[in-house]
Design a protein around this ligand. Structure first.
Ligand code: AFP
Length: 339
């Protein structure tokens, strides 16, 4: 009988489109010397919670999960029911997994000490980013940063464990609940994106080794705040218009960032009169996206320094954020003196 050998596609060296997230994580674990599998398990825990949250979101109009929860978070923002649901789902997954000792969440005033004497990782998370878009069926997301704790395992959690610079992240990512649900993450060796196939209950590699275009033509900013902005940023916006750039603003950072990552562009949230330190939170929004931006060839700055070099002083610290295609962020730099 004539047979035909099956031709395996090895060309992508472990980055073959269609590989499951689980298999991908496992096959890349060996790239880390002394890997124990805990970070891999932690990423799986996050993926599991993301699937559950994705399910809750997809039923948002049907269940009783839309609308305000009736409380405000530490930042004085009204919590939505799905904010609270997502916070519970992710915290539960991180607690059960056993690899994490502490969680910093947008929805919690204090650090959550998981009372896990074996956990060596700290997670900073915005469980549901873009809350104002929940009730109107527009894309929202989850953003996470993973750090190795600084103090010895088993000892009480200290400020130095949670207030680490973005450059110390061991992994970071986001989940985008959009026209499909995607998980995009990096462990410092490139950025990979996985699309969720709900009927199979699996994330599959769909966007291997993502690279952002170094030039784009999209600028993303809440221009409704124009009057509240400084002169420098106003001039930059004017230049964007003169260059014929396209304005795109969803109001969910993950969705705005993801579009610009794929198409090329710049996202700007400057300081305003209302938010003199900017609005975006350093620990669980800016740092993760800055890590991903840099890993995909882009840049992220607060207008003075690289986002990843900022030493945080507070859990819920805010920062101005300018992030996206390298040449666009550099161009913006010519408007700021020390960029
Ligand atoms: P939360 O929904 O998690 O509070 O964050 C929303 C957000 O930080 C970010 O996702 C948006 O890009 C930004 O706020 C939108 O802010 P404006 O409503 O001021 O444009």
């Amino acid at each position: 009988m004539k047979t035909k050998p099956y031709k395996q596609d090895n060309s992508a060296l472990g980055y073959a489109v269609g590989v499951t997230l689980d298999r991908f994580i496992k096959s890349h674990q060996s790239h880390f010397p002394f890997a124990t599998g805990e970070l891999s398990q932690l990423l799986r825990d996050i993926a599991l919670a993301a699937k559950i949250v994705s399910r809750e979101i997809s039923r948002a109009g049907l269940g009783q999960v839309t609308g305000a929860f009736g409380a405000t978070n530490v930042q004085g923002e009204e919590q939505q029911k799905l904010d609270v649901v997502a916070d519970i789902r992710f915290t539960r997954a991180l607690t059960k997994g056993g690899e994490v000792c502490a969680v910093v969440s947008e929805e919690e005033d204090e650090v959550i000490d998981l009372q896990n004497s074996k956990g060596k990782y700290v997670v900073a998370i915005d469980p549901l980013d873009g809350s104002s878009n929940i009730d109107v069926n527009v894309s929202i997301g989850t953003i996470f940063s993973i750090y190795r704790r600084k103090t010895p395992i088993g000892s009480p959690i200290q400020a130095e464990d949670v207030l680490q610079k973005g450059s110390e992240q061991v992994a970071a990512g986001y989940v985008l609940y959009g026209s499909s649900t995607m998980l995009v993450y990096t462990t410092g060796m490139g950025v990979n994106g996985f699309t969720y196939e709900w009927s199979l209950g699996e994330f599959f590699l769909s966007h291997p080794l993502m690279k952002t275009p170094s030039v784009g033509n999209i600028y993303t900013i809440n221009e409704g705040l124009f009057r509240e902005m400084g002169e420098t940023i106003k001039s930059y916006i004017q230049q964007c218009k003169e260059m014929g750039y396209t304005a795109r603003y969803i109001g969910s950072l993950v969705a705005d960032f993801h579009r610009n990552l794929l198409k090329g562009g710049i996202y700007l949230y400057p300081s305003t009169k209302k938010n003199p330190n900017g609005k975006i939170r350093l620990l669980y929004e800016a740092n993760a996206l800055a890590f991903i931006a840099e890993q995909s060839g882009g840049m992220a700055t607060d207008g003075k320094a690289r986002i990843l070099d900022i030493t945080p002083k507070e859990l819920h610290q805010r920062t101005p954020l300018f992030i996206g295609s390298e040449s666009m962020v550099k161009d913006l730099g010519s408007f700021y003196l020390n960029l």
